[in-house]
Design a protein around this ligand. Structure first.
Ligand code: ZN
Length: 154
C-alpha cells in the first residue's frame, strides 16, 4: 500500500501548445489571453485534454502589459459554441511579458473557474520561454488556491 501522489495533468496537441505560445509572442509586449476548450477526464477528474484553443482579445486597455481580461460576452459565446461540439471550457491562458511563468496574486484574485486550468507563458524579449499550468482548487473563493499542474504535449 503506497501513498499515491495526486498529480494534475493538462494535455495539449502540438498545434494547440504552439498556438498559445505564438499568441504571446504576437501580442508582446502586451499580455495575450484565451480560452482552452476540451474535456475533463471522467475517470480521474485530475486530467484534462485541450482540443481547441480560442484566442481572445485583451480588453484591459488601461494596463495590457501586465493585466488581462476576457470580455464576458465573448466567454459566453465561446462556452455555448463549445457545448454544441461537446467541448467544455477546461482552462484559460495568458502571457507574462518579461516576467516568470508563475501566477500573481492578481491572477489568483481574478480566477473564478474552480477545477479549470490557468496556463501562463513567459515571453522574454518577444520570445516564448516557459509555459506552466495551474489548477484552481478549493471549496470557495475564500479558500481558493492554485496547484501546479503538469503540461503534456501529445
Ligand atoms: Zn498573470
Amino acid at each position: 500500500m503506497g501513498f499515491v501522489l495526486h498529480e494534475l495533468m493538462l494535455t495539449f496537441t502540438q498545434s494547440g501548445y504552439t498556438s498559445i505560445r505564438q499568441h504571446g509572442e504576437e501580442t508582446y509586449p502586451h499580455e495575450c489571453c484565451g480560452v482552452l476548450l476540451g474535456r475533463f477526464d471522467d475517470s480521474g477528474a485530475s486530467t484534462k485534454t485541450v482540443s481547441r484553443v480560442v484566442r481572445c482579445g485583451n480588453t484591459r486597455a488601461d494596463s495590457p502589459h501586465n493585466r488581462y481580461n476576457i470580455d464576458p460576452r465573448e466567454l459566453i459565446r465561446i462556452q455555448r459554441e463549445g457545448r454544441e461540439r461537446g467541448e467544455d471550457i477546461v482552462g484559460f491562458y495568458h502571457s507574462h511579458p518579461d516576467h516568470p511563468a508563475q501566477w500573481s496574486s492578481t491572477d489568483l484574485g481574478e480566477a473564478h473557474w474552480f477545477g479549470c486550468s490557468y496556463v501562463i507563458t513567459s515571453v522574454e524579449k518577444g520570445k516564448a520561454a516557459a509555459t506552466n499550468g495551474f489548477e484552481l482548487t478549493g471549496a470557495d473563493e475564500a479558500d481558493k488556491k492554485f496547484v501546479d499542474e503538469k503540461i503534456e504535449v501529445s
